[in-house]
Design a protein around this ligand. Structure first.
Ligand code: PLP
Length: 390
């Protein structure tokens, strides 16, 4: 096997950071305003403009996990309520439901789109179901017509986990605007990054107001206004909130990242399509093309490695790629594979067969806009060699 040791390790999900971000963070440091301040306000305005909503409908927080958690609390979801979600997601989606006090219920995914299957959602609705948390997996929009119809029929709060899907659209409408809440992540590997960070987009201004209070200990005024130059303002604790506010240093990065969201998207689209073409003749399952009248965010490019056809196991393939200095990911082992959820809810992977199979076969390849054409060719070569001459 040819190990190109002289080539640098291609880190999976490494972000593209521009000089503007570096200058803006430096400016924040020099101004000594590090906490929640004018840059967070500007990032919220820019984000709202990108999504075509009012700034009164968004609230910046310090992660998507926080966004999911306080969205549920702001919607009044808690103990005794059931919340349906997908088994093919990051632990954060399910943990946020648990932290709200509600009981998570899983509905399996569609094997092609890897998104929650509306028929499975329907099958899991009980008299206790209060909310539906969907994930636009890999950046591909869920079947929103069917899911919105179900949410309306059963009076469910609809929360969109848009951690992969900032640029995603479905039938001309942007993700995060279908549900009562859209929750976004700006974690380092995401399409727009702030290091750690998140955003809530809520249809109701009341929900946003409550979320903002919940994100800062339940205080009636935020720290920026408290210490502004128009005099000291008392604050009052109106409920027991959390410490989920975003810092200006984070927003300083996000403002410029958001400014390049579309050029980065175009670059990822080119990489995604290059992989689609390059692997057409291999015995792996490629992602299905984006559905008609939708926009995919191209957050993840995933191959399914089925040992029966490839004669190499998924885990061996991961090792082979790593040995060839290509960072790869697994999104995700299905939620019921993890001991905590098995112990707590009695979930078994076999009960969600589509998510189980995907989780055991999937491999994510690098799609960062930082990849050069040479990097992309290196990934393609490594995939081909790992599969044909393992
Ligand atoms: C689908 C999904 N939901 C939620 C999260 C949590 O995001 P954050 O790290 O910003 O809390 C992630 C992050 O990896 C994710 O992929």
């Amino acid at each position: 096997m040819n190990h190109p040791h002289e080539e640098q390790f291609l880190v999976f999900g490494s972000p593209l950071i521009g000089e503007e971000e570096i200058a803006e963070v430096t400016e924040s440091l020099r101004s000594c305003w590090l906490g929640t301040g004018p840059k967070v306000a500007r990032f919220e305005r820019d984000f709202a403009a990108y999504k075509g909503v009012s700034e009164k409908n968004v609230a910046a927080v310090n992660s998507c996990t926080a966004a999911l958690h306080i969205s549920m609390i702001a919607a009044g979801i808690g103990p005794g309520d059931e919340v349906i979600t997908t088994p093919l997601t990051f632990a954060a989606t399910v943990n946020a439901i648990i932290h709200s006090g509600a009981t998570p219920v899983l509905a399996d995914v569609d094997p092609q789109t890897m998104n929650i299957d509306p028929a499975q959602v329907q099958a899991h609705i009980t008299s206790k179901t209060r909310a539906l948390v969907i994930v636009h997996f890999a950046g591909r929009p869920c079947e929103m017509d069917a899911l919105v119809t179900i949410a309306q029929k059963y009076h469910l709060i609809l929360i969109e986990d848009c951690a992969h899907a900032i640029e995603t659209e479905y039938h001309g409408r942007k993700t995060g605007t279908f549900g009562d809440f859209g929750c976004f992540s700006f974690y380092v590997t995401k399409n727009v990054i702030t290091g750690e960070g998140g955003m809530i987009l809520a249809r109701s201004e009341e929900h946003v107001g409550r979320a903002k209070i919940l994100a800062l200990h339940g205080l009636s005024k935020d720290a920026w206004r408290r210490f502004s130059d128009d005099g000291y303002k008392h604050y009052y604790v109106t409920e027991c909130g959390f410490k989920y506010n975003m810092m200006d240093i984070q927003a300083a990065i996000g403002i410029h990242q958001l400014g390049r969201v579309e050029t980065n998207w175009s670059r990822r689209q080119v990489i995604w399509n290059a992989y689609q073409d390059a692997f057409a003749d291999l015995p792996v399952i490629r992602p299905t093309d984006p559905e008609k009248d939708t926009r995919h965010a191209y957050h993840l490019y995933t191959l399914l490695v089925d040992e029966k056809s490839t004669r190499i196991s998924r885990d061996r393939f991961l090792e082979q790629m790593t040995a060839r200095h290509i960072g790869v990911g697994v999104h995700y082992l299905s939620i019921p594979e993890h001991p905590y959820y098995q112990r707590t809810f009695g979930w078994r992977p076999e009960d969600y067969p589509n998510a189980m199979r995907i989780g055991r076969q999937t491999v994510s390849l690098p799609v960062s806009p930082k990849l050069t054409d040479t990097d992309v060719q290196r990934v393609i070569r490594a995939v081909r060699t790992s599969l044909t001459a393992p």
